[in-house]
Design a protein around this ligand. Sequence first.
Ligand SMILES: C[S@@+](CC[C@H](N)C(=O)[O-])C[C@H]1O[C@@H](n2cnc3c(N)ncnc32)[C@H](O)[C@@H]1O
Length: 249
Amino acid sequence: MKRKTQWFDDDAFWAMFKPSLFGEERWQLAARDAEPLVKLLCLKPKAGVLDLCCGPGRFCIELARRGFRVTGVDRTVLYLAEARRRAKEEKLDVEFVRQDMRLFCRPRAFDACINMFTSFGYFDDPADDLKVCRHVLRSLRPGGRFLIQAAGKEWLARNFQPSDWREEAGNFILEERKVAPGWTGLENRWVLIQNGKVSEFRFFLRVYSGVELRGLLLRAGFARVDVYGGLNAEPYDHNARWLVAVGRK
Ligand SMILES: C[S@@+](CC[C@H](N)C(=O)[O-])C[C@H]1O[C@@H](n2cnc3c(N)ncnc32)[C@H](O)[C@@H]1O
């Protein structure tokens, strides 16, 4: 049976917002974050890492440069093409797989899995998030770690802006957000005005608090889950900018 398409199935969305999501400074952040990430995941030399929702390969490239054996999974052909091109340019041996994050599962194949930059909580049905975590758990070797980096509900509530806009390279980007009933997530409306042409996208993002994300990973079967406020193992407190959860198999 063919599944119902959802907002993230729309290639036009990822293509139009690519310059805004993956500008030069975003690549620099990955270069900065790679070392703390390696530390937090306790990666041994040549460990196997799954980058789930790898996008154009920011972390795949950084980790492969450091000698890890990397597999990147993503649904967006355009991003995978860029990831492959960048890896080839540097003669890095990275495996890229086009697949939906809910379907990818390779039992006991990896020492760690990462899901970076709010690539989680995209599904209408919360059971799908649980399914992703269960597949990751199966894909890890005993003792393996799963790290999710997302915008946490606490930060979003504290810094809530119903709308904002910015200008980037002559284009205008407007973002509107509403809290979904019961704080289950955010209803987003992103508008791009490019050479006078207006494109509008609406999407729902499920957002998790620290307690909720930890609970989800425990429910999926992870033996232990630690929650941090950033990749440098900052505390998840009132100053935390990111929600970083690390589940251990
Ligand atoms: C915000 S981007 C983050 C990319 C990357 N993790 C990074 O930090 O640069 C989210 C990514 O999730 C991918 N994605 C969205 N829905 C997906 C799905 N159902 N299965 C696999 N990938 C998905 C998109 O194609 C996009 O590359």
